[in-house]
Design a protein around this ligand. Structure first.
Ligand SMILES: Cc1cc2nc3c(=O)[nH]c(=O)nc-3n(C[C@H](O)[C@H](O)[C@H](O)COP(=O)(O)OP(=O)(O)OC[C@H]3O[C@@H](n4cnc5c(N)ncnc54)[C@H](O)[C@@H]3O)c2cc1C
Length: 471
């Protein structure tokens, strides 16, 4: 009897544990080749972007993990359709497995890959594993697409018991590993590891992800409902980059958090709140899959008439963390220094850019995507359209954050602000959110580039006028 051969193409599933597609391949083949492809079409021109460096670190740790099991990860560079058909040919594989992806670019790529693989006589095994439920699984009673989070969340939880449980402990690989030479990428991978640690990006890999989940569940989840909004507190899981690249499975997060809640009922409130945030991630993935245009266009068409009148100089001040509003500047500097920003502050800086500065949310989203270690098309466009009031279930247009009050509320002592803005470290706490009011404002920190109360009125006018034109 001849042995069946297959390839597994790792993409946004950079893990061995609870990898549904890989488990399905192991059921079907005897021999396999694990493959990762650096696709220039996807990575863009800058290999130093935080999310690309984090990705390289995760690939390098996946390679080590496989190697400790006597399996060699084949790392190639190029167009996936070409690389995979060559590999199918070289290994005489019958099946190519990979996890389904939903961005418009990924869908186009996967169609090309599927067609090319079929042409060389192999078949594809594609399973959706990046979210607990796929975009077509949670539908309204009328079989429509949800556009509001709360009913989606209720429908999601109503089906939770149907979702397969995670299999974290189980790593099952096909019996025999094939080995093919990698492209000469070792230098890129090892340099990524060192540059990752230089700027303080989190360590990649499954072990780091599992540790983070464990310490969050042990130390922080019970207070999550309260502490998650205070950026000076280490109150959130920081699992977003790992979820982004599938280094940990979302099912595992749900299962382990619920197990903790069952064992410690006092923690259940925090557990439910945290898991509802993970359902936001599923919601935005579902929205993007059903409406790919949300990446580049307003979900609410009435705002197509908005006049984005902010200037390039204002955008630069925002980007560099020099707007004169401390909570906004601290957030933008946290982003530049660490590749990550606290969720509450993401909301504040996005509101400031779109409403106070009237700058198009797409410019902000692009900058975030290029700067964040967790830059994710679905959650990023979802978060930006939420803040700009142009999205599915977004802030009403007249809700405009006052950056001074937001700072006072969520960072009352200015601990977070002082952490990222050295110019304000010495200022009295009563002036930390409005340094321009101090008798002697710090000379090296800018005055506010705009007056919030004036800009608020301008934004309301601009939004009302767009709505009137769009009606
Ligand atoms: C303008 C803006 C842009 C954003 N861009 C991204 C992005 O590119 N990538 C990204 O992963 N998240 C994005 N978010 C959502 C959120 O800010 C981050 O997921 C969160 O800050 C990550 O930190 P954490 O892992 O400690 O979150 P936790 O509070 O521990 O939450 C657990 C997980 O739930 C998910 N989650 C939490 N909040 C949200 C949310 N509002 N929307 C979608 N998923 C959520 C994330 O996967 C997160 O890791 C954005 C939010 C805003 C307002």
């Amino acid at each position: 009897m001849s042995l069946v051969r297959g390839l597994h193409w790792f993409r946004n599933d950079l893990r061995l544990r609870d990898n549904t597609t890989l488990l399905a391949l192991a059921d079907r083949v005897d021999e396999w080749l694990p493959v990762f492809i650096f696709d220039p079409g996807f990575l863009g021109d800058d290999p130093d972007l935080p999310r690309v460096r984090f990705l390289k670190d995760c690939v390098s740790r996946l390679r080590d993990d496989l190697s400790s099991r006597g399996v060699a990860l084949c790392i190639r560079e190029g167009d996936p359709a070409e690389v995979l058909t060559r590999l199918v040919d070289e290994t005489r594989s019958e099946i190519v497995s990979f996890g389904a992806a939903d961005t418009p670019l990924a869908r186009r790529r996967d169609e090309a890959v599927g067609a090319a693989i079929k042409k060389v006589g192999a078949s594809t095994l594609v399973i959706r594993d990046h979210t607990v439920f796929g975009p077509e699984e949670i539908r309204t009673k009328q079989d429509g697409v949800y556009s509001v989070y709360t009913p989606y969340k209720n429908a999601w939880w109503a089906r939770w018991f149907e979702a397969p449980r995670h299999a974290a402990k189980r790593v099952r690989l096909p019996a025999i590993a094939l080995e093919l030479k990698s492209d000469n990428l070792q230098i890129a991978l090892s340099s990524s590891t060192s540059s990752t640690s230089k700027v303080g990006l989190p360590a990649g890999g499954e072990i780091a992800a599992a540790r983070r989940l464990k310490s969050f569940l042990t130390d922080s989840i019970s207070d999550y409902e309260v502490s998650r909004d205070f950026p000076a507190v280490d109150g959130t899981s920081r699992l977003s980059p790992y979820l982004r690249f599938g280094v940990i499975s979302p099912r595992r997060c749900f299962d382990e958090a619920l197990a903790l809640g069952a064992a410690q009922p006092a923690a259940m409130e925090g557990v439910r709140k945290w898991l509802d945030e993970l359902v936001w991630r599923e919601f935005y993935a579902m929205v993007l899959a059903n409406s790919p245009r949300v990446l580049t266009q307003n979900f609410r068409r009435e705002y197509d008439h908005l006049e984005w009148s902010g200037s390039d100089a204002e955008f630069e001040a925002w980007r560099l963390g020099k707007t004169g509003y401390p909570i906004v500047d601290a957030g933008m500097r946290q982003l530049a220094q660490t590749g990550w920003m606290h969720n509450r502050v993401r909301m504040i800086v996005a509101s400031f850019l779109t409403k106070d500065l009237l700058i198009d949310w797409r410019r902000g989203a692009r900058h975030f995507f290029d700067s964040l270690v967790d830059g994710d098309p679905a959650s990023n466009s979802g978060g930006w359209q939420w803040a700009a009031s142009t999205g599915t279930d977004s802030q009403p247009y007249f809700r405009i954050f006052n950056p001074t009050l937001q700072g006072q509320k969520w960072d009352p002592e200015g601990i977070y602000i002082r952490r990222f803005i050295p110019e304000l470290r010495g200022i009295e706490t009563r002036f930390i959110h409005a340094p321009w009011k101090a008798k002697e404002p710090p000379i090296d920190y800018p005055s506010p580039i705009v007056d919030h109360s004036i800009q608020r009125e301008r934004a309301l006018d601009a939004y009302r006028s767009a709505r009137a034109k769009g009606a």
